[in-house]
Design a protein around this ligand. Structure first.
Ligand SMILES: Nc1ncnc2c1ncn2[C@@H]1O[C@H](COP(=O)(O)OP(=O)(O)O)[C@@H](O)[C@H]1O
Ligand SMILES: [Mg+2]
Length: 181
């Protein structure tokens, strides 16, 4: 995929489908370690050991198990192609955390892409879910948290058009203050 934000959108859809009520997305850029780490953590239904092993299988084996899709293998291929890796921890009934690490300066690493657009699409598509997005660049960070916005809005739904465009602008400005890659 051309942008990491598209992978994130895809991975977060898994958490939405897993009935999560809280989804935490984090992107950490570390120029010293030369890594870009993406973490998506949810409190959804989780996976049993068998499924967890199958989603981690490479393309060839996942193709034989038709119930398993391509979102995770595609992200894993993108990460390993940039000198990184992918890891998933999951517990049935508790939730799932996915980690993907990329070589930050690797020539094949896709740009982060449109995270303001991604967050506004996610919130407007699932206004009942709480999202936390933290972006860190060498220790400086920006956090967007729908739980705080919900409190401030005092009952106004998050998928109200004015709120959605405000969210997009808010995340855009927050990221603008960091030197994101
Ligand atoms: N966060 C998650 N919580 C629960 N199950 C998950 C989660 N992420 C992935 N899965 C399981 O792994 C499967 C494969 O995910 P993925 O590779 O994204 O393909 P797809 O979403 O197309 O099925 C999903 O269908 C789902 O059963
Ligand atoms: Mg998926």
């Amino acid at each position: 995929m051309k942008e990491l934000s598209l992978h994130i959108l895809d991975i977060v859809q898994n958490s939405v489908k897993a009935n999560a009520s809280l989804i935490q997305i984090s992107i950490e850029e570390d120029t010293t370690a030369d890594t870009l780490r993406i973490t998506v953590a949810d409190n959804g239904c989780g996976m049993d050991k068998d499924l967890l092993q199958r989603v981690r299988d490479p393309f060839t084996t996942t193709r034989t198990t038709r119930k398993v899709g391509m979102g995770i293998p595609l992200l894993e291929a993108a990460a390993t192609g940039c000198g990184g890796n992918l890891d998933i921890q999951s517990q049935l009934g508790v939730g799932t955390t996915l980690y993907a690490v990329f070589g930050l300066s690797h020539i094949d690493r896709a740009p982060v892409g449109d995270m303001p657009g991604t967050m506004s699409v996610l919130v407007s598509g699932s206004p009942q879910i709480d999202f936390v997005y933290t972006h860190t660049v060498d220790g400086a960070s920006f956090t967007f948290d729908t739980r705080e916005i919900r409190t401030a809005l005092d009952g106004v739904p998050l998928d109200t058009p004015e709120v959605v465009s405000w969210i997009q602008a808010y995340v855009y400005e927050g990221l603008d203050s960091l030197k994101t890659k």
